[in-house]
Design a protein around this ligand. Sequence first.
Ligand SMILES: *[C@@H]1O[C@H](CO)[C@@H](O)[C@H](O)[C@H]1NC(C)=O
Ligand SMILES: *[C@@H]1O[C@H](CO)[C@@H](O)[C@H](O)[C@H]1NC(C)=O
Ligand SMILES: *[C@@H]1O[C@H](CO)[C@@H](O)[C@H](O)[C@H]1NC(C)=O
Length: 495
Amino acid sequence: MEERKEKMIVIFPYMAQGHIIPFLSLALQIEKKGYQITFVNTPLNIKNLKQSLPLNSSIRLLEIPFNSSDHRLPPETENTDSIPFSLTLTLLEASVSLKPAFRNLISDLVRGGAPPLAVIADIFFGWTAEVAHEFGIFHTIFSSTGGFGMACYYSVWMNLPHNYTDSVEFTLPDFPEAGLIHRTQLSANVLAADGTDPSSKIIQLLLSSWVDSDGILFNTIEEIDKIGLYYFRRKLSLPVWPIGPILLSVDSRARSNKVCGISSESCINWLDSKPQNSVLYISFGSQHTISASQMMQLAKALDSIDINFIWVVRPPLGFDMNLEFDAVEWLPEGFLKRIEEQNRGLIIVKWAPQVEILLHKAVAAFLSHCGWNSVLESISAGVPLIGWPMGAEQFYNVKYLEEEVGVCMEVARGTNFEVRNEDIVKKIGIVMGENGKGKEIREKACEVKKMIENGGRDEEGYKGSSVRAMEEFLNVAAFFGKEKKVRGQKCRMNT
Ligand SMILES: *[C@@H]1O[C@H](CO)[C@@H](O)[C@H](O)[C@H]1NC(C)=O
Ligand SMILES: *[C@@H]1O[C@H](CO)[C@@H](O)[C@H](O)[C@H]1NC(C)=O
Ligand SMILES: *[C@@H]1O[C@H](CO)[C@@H](O)[C@H](O)[C@H]1NC(C)=O
């Protein structure tokens, strides 16, 4: 009984599918280690989660009260996926109001005789640290994105370097080792930020509370992400635990709430009919899409280069995602007919079984927006990337994967970029090419795949870096629980 109480962990992600799903995958992984999980979120998100939780899971879902009508949001909207983009900041601001309710929730758990061993909170919920410490509970933040991308994101928002220079390229004042950042690598809301606007006010406030936490968990692997992890170790003087890859193990329906465009089986059958390393897989993720003219250029490129491909097509920018979508309207005349005759392309609308595709030996490269989940799925399968970042920290993921890791080549940046089909053809040619740079990139991708496998190895006499990091985190949390007297004092690790 006593034992059980000590092994309960509260997990609290921000209200967005892109946050909830990686947190749920983390929760399932920690559950397997014999811990009890209490997963906290607002009522409607908890309701949705009930459907996606695996049947054999004992994760307890706990509601925290929230009424969107009280926060200038439409009724019954509790997730970034259910509000228009223009309201994302309003939801973020509203989330801070959860603090008293979160305090009540923790207080109830403690008074009910089940004090949590630790709280694992979102990158936007650093304020939960104060609540956890009030009750002598260990607190950590979980970043579902990698170290380097998150370090650039953190530094850019905290310093707003573009606001102090007219030049198109600059370095980050507290992260010079990241090298030059170009203005085109800043998302629109960063470019518009000057420290006085609502976006920078709330984001700076939320990120600055990281320092109150007792440690940061990253969904990455020490061996491939040292620079970014070191940034946080230096900046926050906190232990930083790379425990990845936490791959999204949750049912695909929950991942995007979108209907599958194809069955995994027919997709794999198609891939089975193709030679090894002959297929380019193209997807910009479930949150992003390219512009109509970019879509045309990409199709023209695919028309003129003799490769096989799978392309997950979503309606172009400005098109209502919920309306009926016919890909034909947005592609060059006769394109679909030609690739069908040549039997070399598979167009999938909206959603594809990405993990299965990337693991197939026919797949040679992945043209991706390089969101971190996609990156991890690709490099875990040893598949090199052609980067087309769309926003947030994706620009820095691509920069790092290309310049430092050597498994990626950037082809375009964002939706305003005037990409030419000749350039797309050239980059695809290089990365999928038999020799030279392409060979180098693919060899590197295989090396990285092995590093990731090693990081997760847990055998007698050998524990990989990610396994060790997870154990260290759980040990430090347990120790903190037993030393409530020293609460408020940061626990440090001697690594
Ligand atoms: C639930 O089932 C999955 C798939 O069989 C397995 O991988 C996982 O370990 C199980 N989880 C628990 C908590 O038993
Ligand atoms: C949320 O608040 C509105 C306005 O005060 C109210 O009409 C509605 O019933 C509340 N919803 C819930 C679920 O409590
Ligand atoms: C950003 O630049 C504007 C105009 O140059 C300046 O007034 C403002 O103080 C700057 N922002 C910060 C955070 O210093």
